[in-house]
Design a protein around this ligand. Structure first.
Ligand code: SAM
Ligand code: DTB
Ligand code: SF4
Length: 331
């Protein structure tokens, strides 16, 4: 493990900083173990080198196909294997998706993310998604989708439709992964990410914390993300939203400071990426969110719902931004 004092010493603000792709889990674990003030200083230094620290990007999420998913992701209310009260729905019609996107744009969102509870889309599913991507883009929004695993030709098709970002998370460390999902492998995920990247679509890839994983698992996940062939342009850090009926309901809650530390480690290791304070904000205090922004988070989902679970009301977010002097990021 690296000397902690050496890690705490931030490089001078003007130092040239090449991006690194060789972070080891040990190094990231040492970052996570720093005194909180030192870790935050490192994160702030990295953040301010690349971003305006008072700007936060806002995305809106829409579930275009809810529930009934065949996968067994232990955190997810949309798996057909768990009795969570989420009703399996058919895909949303195009006009309804576009009407929602228009509303999101008018409310200030700059990116629109369409999520579907699929293991992987069938080609006929993509027949429906392609005009949604094109239509949302025509409204002047950045487009993002999260539809499960993609083959190489499917990724190319979405790129042709104008998809800007694809979200596909590693979720956790490779070692812990088998405790959370058994119906697809870590390698499957890495393969989809390669297909997306090779198609020229920007990658949105992060994970969930609070699954019962160890600090080492969190370090391993961050090191894996930071060692991809290029850093994901967008890195969502989700705090588990516990949902009754899922196997992870009732798991011991993660210390909020440990969540903030994970955000800081993502910021330090992937300094040019947008780090998203993603699921779990509804359950966080304003103070915890403020710490996450200080740790380098600079994107959120806005709107009252994520895919199936609640997100803070717009008024609460507006009041928090106002109190913190945060303004929307210009894209
Ligand atoms: N079905 C697709 C897939 O799994 O790739 C796309 C949608 S899936 C809901 C997208 C991501 O949402 C998951 O990878 C996971 O990181 C996150 N997620 C799902 N349920 C969650 C929960 N209860 N709390 C926090 N994050 C969650
Ligand atoms: C991501 O990393 N988090 C978002 C988005 N990508 C698709 C999803 C969060 C889902 C939270 C549980 C739900 O609302 O169903
Ligand atoms: Fe299905 Fe995605 Fe939920 Fe897993 S996370 S059960 S793949 S919707």
């Amino acid at each position: 493990m690296e000397n902690i004092d050496a890690l705490a010493a931030a490089p001078p603000p003007q130092a040239a900083t090449a991006l690194r792709y060789d972070w080891s889990a040990c190094e990231v674990e040492a970052l996570l173990a720093l005194p909180f003030a030192d870790l935050m200083f490192r994160a702030q230094t990295a953040h301010r080198r690349h971003f305006d620290a008072s700007r936060v990007q806002m995305s809106t999420l829409l579930s275009i196909k809810t529930g009934g998913c065949p996968e067994d992701c232990a955190y997810c209310p949309q798996s057909a294997r768990y009795d969570t009260g989420v009703v399996a729905d058919s895909p949303m019609p195009l006009d309804a998706v576009l009407a929602e996107a228009r509303r999101a744009r008018d409310a200030g969102a700059t990116r629109y993310c369409m999520g579907a509870a699929w293991r992987s889309p069938k080609d006929r599913d993509l027949d429906a998604v392609v005009p949604m991507v094109a239509g949302v883009k025509a409204l002047g929004l950045e487009t993002c989708a999260t539809l499960g695993m993609l083959s190489r030709p499917q990724a190319a098709r979405l790129a042709d439709a104008g998809l800007d970002y694809y979200n596909h998370n590693l979720d956790t460390s490779e070692a812990f992964y088998g405790r959370i999902i058994t119906t697809r492998t870590y390698r499957d995920r890495l393969e989809t990410l390669a297909h997306v990247r090779d198609a020229g679509i920007r990658v949105c890839c992060g994970g969930i914390v609070g699954l019962g994983e160890s600090r080492r698992d969190r370090a391993d996940m961050i090191a894996t993300l930071a060692s991809l062939p290029s850093h994901p342009e967008s890195v969502p850090i989700n705090m588990l939203v516990q949902v009754e009926g899922t196997p992870l309901n009732g798991v011991e809650a993660l210390d909020p400071f440990e969540f903030v530390r994970t955000v800081a480690a993502a910021r330090i290791t992937m300094p040019r990426s947008v780090v998203r304070l993603s699921a779990g904000r509804e359950q966080m205090s304003d103070e915890m969110q403020a710490l996450a922004f200080l740790a380098g988070a600079n994107s959120i989902f806005v709107g009252p719902e994520l895919l199936t679970t609640p997100n803070p009301a717009r008024e609460r977010d507006a009041a928090l931004f106002d109190r913190l002097g945060i303004r929307p990021m210009e894209t």
